[in-house]
Design a protein around this ligand. Sequence first.
Ligand code: ATP
Length: 250
Amino acid sequence: MSLLEVKGLVKRFGGLLATDNLDLTIKPGELHAIIGPNGAGKTTLISQLSGTLRPTEGSILLEGRDITRWPVHRRAALGLARSYQITSVFTEFTVIENVMLAVQARSGSSFSFWTNVHSDAALVEPARDILRQVGLLDVADVPVARIAHGGRRQLEIAMSLAMAPRLLLLDEPMAGMSHSESKEMVTLLRRLKGQYGILLVEHDMSAVFALADRITVLVYGKPIACGRPEEIRKDKAVRAAYLGEEEIAA
Ligand SMILES: Nc1ncnc2c1ncn2[C@@H]1O[C@H](COP(=O)(O)OP(=O)(O)OP(=O)(O)O)[C@@H](O)[C@H]1O
């Protein structure tokens, strides 16, 4: 069974068709990238999957369950995590404290009990495991305010993992990163794929082509191609859509 199955998805903003009859599947453990020129509808798609935007038509199934009309928190409880939604990073807290709070949130306790987090040993081990997974264990005790941008983006992913997701929705995780930070993020995502289904929206084509099992190309909301990286690289319609953008031709 597919982890995610999107059928006939349509999103209209007045007269503008931002998602145009989109079908998409993500298999368990697959890293599926969505690429497309600016305004192609990538963020609109992620928002419909995470539940912040209601589709005009079509359906979204997660592990066979129709979640099209479910609110964000119910989707999250079923295992859908959108990494950029982590706006509640406490910069004055350490890296591990932030992950412990996310682990605590998953277990259903309220954020208002944050003062207890420091002393709760049951949160420490899961948080350390996650930090080990994302490669942040060596900065576990550093306040978030003092870590670099790349480390913060890794922390956002760590906090998504604390939600015990099945499908991670990543909206431009490499944005604003230096070359070496992007390389680290590629290494991290390579480690995570296989364990989690990942939908990746990313403008960094070298990262996309290095990581994706499959790529869907959107142009004006419409999927014009879907396939393995080597198929997408050769695809005539894709090349035409990206004319002048030399990365894809590389
Ligand atoms: N809330 C909204 N109301 C009206 N139009 C919108 C809204 N959100 C997005 N759009 C339009 O829908 C289209 C798709 O936008 P979207 O942001 O999803 O594209 P994108 O592929 O994520 O672009 P980028 O690569 O620049 O982030 C654009 O034409 C955009 O102007």
